[in-house]
Design a protein around this ligand. Sequence first.
Ligand SMILES: NC(=O)c1ccc[n+]([C@@H]2O[C@H](COP(=O)([O-])OP(=O)(O)OC[C@H]3O[C@@H](n4cnc5c(N)ncnc54)[C@H](OP(=O)(O)O)[C@@H]3O)[C@@H](O)[C@H]2O)c1
Length: 293
Amino acid sequence: MRVLVTGASGLVGSRLIKLLSSAGHTAIGLDRSGSELAVDMVNAAAFTDALSAAKPDAIINCAAMTDVDGCEREPSAAWAVNAEAPATLARYVRTHDCHLVHLSSDYVFDGDRGGYRPDDVPNPRGIYAITKHGGEQAIRAVAPKERFAIARPAVVYGWPAVAGKNNFGSWLVDALGSGKPVKLFSDQWVSPTHALNAAEMAAELATRRLPGIWHIAGAEVVDRVTFGHRLCERFGFDRALVQPSRMADVNLPSPRPAKSGLDVSRTSESLTARPWSLEAALDRLHAEVKGKS
Ligand SMILES: NC(=O)c1ccc[n+]([C@@H]2O[C@H](COP(=O)([O-])OP(=O)(O)OC[C@H]3O[C@@H](n4cnc5c(N)ncnc54)[C@H](OP(=O)(O)O)[C@@H]3O)[C@@H](O)[C@H]2O)c1
């Protein structure tokens, strides 16, 4: 199968390229710079030409503007990548025999209650969340429903694909490993997702051409302090370095959902690639860090 992966230089996309290639598929990477196809997806004509030339059987859209506070500063740029580029993809799959897996986010939910199921009604707050929801809506409006899946991961972490581009997990390993204290929110509950686990689930949705809305997140919902403590236990770091703070007391540029935990039961029941336990995900992060050092 020919699978085109956008955001191929990113945390999830880089793992998808390796995963798909090792499973015998032809994985075609697309981003703005280093991959096989260097295209700015905001340029709809150039992007459509690249898709037509690549002739994919499936597309996994991992490209996005993922800097949540950066989206507040540049809302037009965020809308272009997170909502308009998915609309271009939706138009493409409408007229080609190609399955689209679009990565969205737990942030489409307001986070007032948590435990969100795939069919719960989103209520995005903040520009990143609104633009990610815009991408979902564009695809739902334009693409035939049997030809796309919306896949939502949450707080994705893993050893960075691009040196220096830290994520929640790698930042914690860097800081705690060098003995620096970190402030973590005790009042934000999330479904931390290892990037390889998200990639496995997205790859299965693409290669089996499964439609619908899926939560491709880790199996456990934890607050950020608990995540920090579990990471300390796995890596042998001093848990006293984790200093609890409260999101409610901090004035962040973008609002964040307080309880964005995702219900992954549909994914667990239907896919071979299941959501990992936090223990398995931290084991993987530990192996990645050992492999790098
Ligand atoms: N990271 C998280 O915590 C998290 C949580 C929930 C959901 N998600 C979603 O999961 C997906 C994957 O996230 P990630 O963390 O793997 O992303 P990432 O590491 O930030 O990578 C983003 C990718 O998008 C590409 N990209 C950005 N703008 C582009 C453009 N205009 N044209 C072409 N490529 C462009 C980047 O390529 P260049 O560097 O070449 O620009 C890069 O390869 C995204 O949809 C994200 O919204 C992520």
